[in-house]
Design a protein around this ligand. Structure first.
Ligand SMILES: Cc1cc2nc3c(=O)[nH]c(=O)nc-3n(C[C@H](O)[C@H](O)[C@H](O)COP(=O)(O)OP(=O)(O)OC[C@H]3O[C@@H](n4cnc5c(N)ncnc54)[C@H](O)[C@@H]3O)c2cc1C
Length: 441
């Protein structure tokens, strides 16, 4: 007979939800766990390899990260790396692609030199690569470049840098179910309503069924805040979905992940070039960043859901107004809007690509149709600011909601462990600390 009661129910089968299923099954004595996913497969949205940049973010090449954030992200990246190695997924789902942050022109070159000095103690494997070294590692960066142009990169060939988060999410499910036969996965079941009834939660599914749990974690991407708002939680937050698209290079030019330097005023990471690990010999450039009135990138829009999740207010308008008052941000928003418009987008985006590979022209790139995803960026209404990382609403009542824009896929096990500890404390369950330390930390 099908079970309808669980100790823990997870809503959402992307990398966040599946990582939690894995940590609960593997490192706790909690018996009955279930995951509900509205589509018929795991990781079809943002965690899918087609939707994101496939980068295991360690903070060493992401120049929008402070040293503090880089150290924190590196820790969670290392957990994922350890997980993948434990199951021999290296060179299957996780690859050692060379990676670098590239500075072009005197100002950026000086920035790289300083960053290298600031980071070398915590990231000792990073190297400074001058023109001569770059000609060896990544000659495409020099093709067509003015001989007098200053360039310098900080990079490494030593670390795992590219990962198929979708394949890893599926592996979390397989390995969770091997560890605990009572870890159930319900596909094609959308959780429509969550209600608290005494010390239990009742979940109503689109099929009309009801399920009950002692604890619920909502890892539903852009839908997490919507489900929180429906329960009257998280009213201090608003969600603005930011779509990200990519362009393919028609010629296979890059062997490395090449990140460009971030303008610190801009809210999202600068354009980068990445060899695609699921499409042989193709290189992707992107992502772009455009606000979209929908909660899923390539499914039909639920405009009402978008509005409920945005919950427009004077504070939200003030955040938009403050952002758009800055000329650099205005220009960035406008440019990214144009990068989506057929007819002109290729020519305009080629200029971004040429910073990385000067010899590529607009005829060498093509808009990657159906590729890309959506980052649910959270606005903190109380402090009137856009939050750039992940956000969690821990109600303390046995239900948690996670909003996971980048680097949410990299930090899936770090976030899962945080929730696992909350759940164990709430339910009085045991965490297998020694096993956890040995295998993941
Ligand atoms: C363009 C782009 C590039 C990125 N690049 C990187 C990168 O290189 N590295 C990195 O670490 N991160 C990157 N990210 C971020 C990363 O993709 C996300 O942080 C991560 O995929 C979030 O995983 P998730 O499981 O929380 O959400 P999702 O993958 O969105 O999964 C949520 C799941 O919940 C399901 N769901 C929603 N509502 C319900 C419901 N009511 N009932 C049941 N199921 C429901 C959905 O169907 C979905 O499967 C990028 C994101 C984008 C958009």
């Amino acid at each position: 007979m099908q079970k309808s009661y669980y100790n823990v129910i997870i809503v959402g089968g992307g990398i966040s939800g599946t990582a939690l299923l894995y940590t609960l099954a593997q490192y706790t004595d909690i018996k009955n766990i279930a995951l509900f996913e509205k589509y018929d497969d795991i990781a079809t949205l943002n965690s899918n390899a087609k939707s994101n940049s496939q980068t295991l973010h360690c903070g060493d090449i992401e120049t929008n990260y402070t040293l503090e954030k880089a150290i924190k992200t590196n820790k969670t990246a290392t957990m994922l790396e350890k997980y993948a190695k434990q199951y021999d997924y290296n060179e299957k789902y996780m690859f050692k692609v060379p990676k670098m942050a590239l500075g072009v022109g005197k100002k950026e070159v000086d920035f790289i030199k300083k960053r290298y000095e600031d980071f070398k103690e915590d990231f000792p494997y990073m190297e400074l690569w001058d023109k001569k070294k770059l000609a060896e590692i990544e000659p495409a960066l020099l093709e067509g470049r003015d001989k007098d142009e200053d360039i310098l990169a900080m990079g490494t060939q030593e670390r795992y840098s590219a990962i198929d988060f979708g394949a890893i999410a599926k592996s979390f499910v397989r390995n969770a179910q091997k560890a605990k036969a009572t870890a159930d996965v319900h596909l094609s079941k959308e959780v429509e309503v969550i209600e608290q009834l005494g010390d239990k939660f009742k979940l109503t599914i689109n099929t009309g069924e009801h399920y009950f749990a002692d604890y619920v974690v909502v890892n539903a991407g852009a839908h997490s805040l919507l489900l929180a708002h429906k329960m009257d939680y998280g009213q201090e937050y608003s969600c603005i979905p930011i779509g990200g698209s990519f362009y393919y290079s028609k010629v296979d030019k890059l062997k490395s992940k090449v990140y460009t330097i971030q303008n610190p005023k801009l809210p999202f990471a600068a354009i980068h070039g990445d060899p695609d690990i699921i499409e042989d010999n193709r290189v992707r450039f992107g992502p772009t960043a455009i606000a979209l009135p929908k909660l899923e990138r390539y499914h039909h829009a639920h405009f009402i859901d978008f509005l409920e999740s945005l919950s427009p207010s004077s504070e939200v308008l003030e955040v938009f107004h403050n952002l758009l008052s800055d000329e650099d941000i205005r220009e960035y928003v406008f440019k990214n809007f144009l990068y989506e418009i057929p007819g002109i987008r290729q020519k305009l985006f080629a200029k971004e690509v040429q910073k990385i590979i000067p010899s590529l022209s607009e005829d060498d790139i093509t808009f990657a149709e159906g590729v890309g995803g959506l980052r649910p960026q959270v606005i903190d209404k109380k402090n009137k600011k856009l939050l750039l990382g992940e956000a969690k609403i821990d109600t303390g009542n046995g239900i948690v909601f996670n909003m996971t824009p980048s680097p949410g896929a990299t930090s899936c096990l770090g976030n899962a462990l945080e929730d696992t500890k909350l759940i164990c404390k709430f339910l009085g369950a045991n965490l297998k600390t020694n096993k956890l330390k040995k295998e993941l930390l």
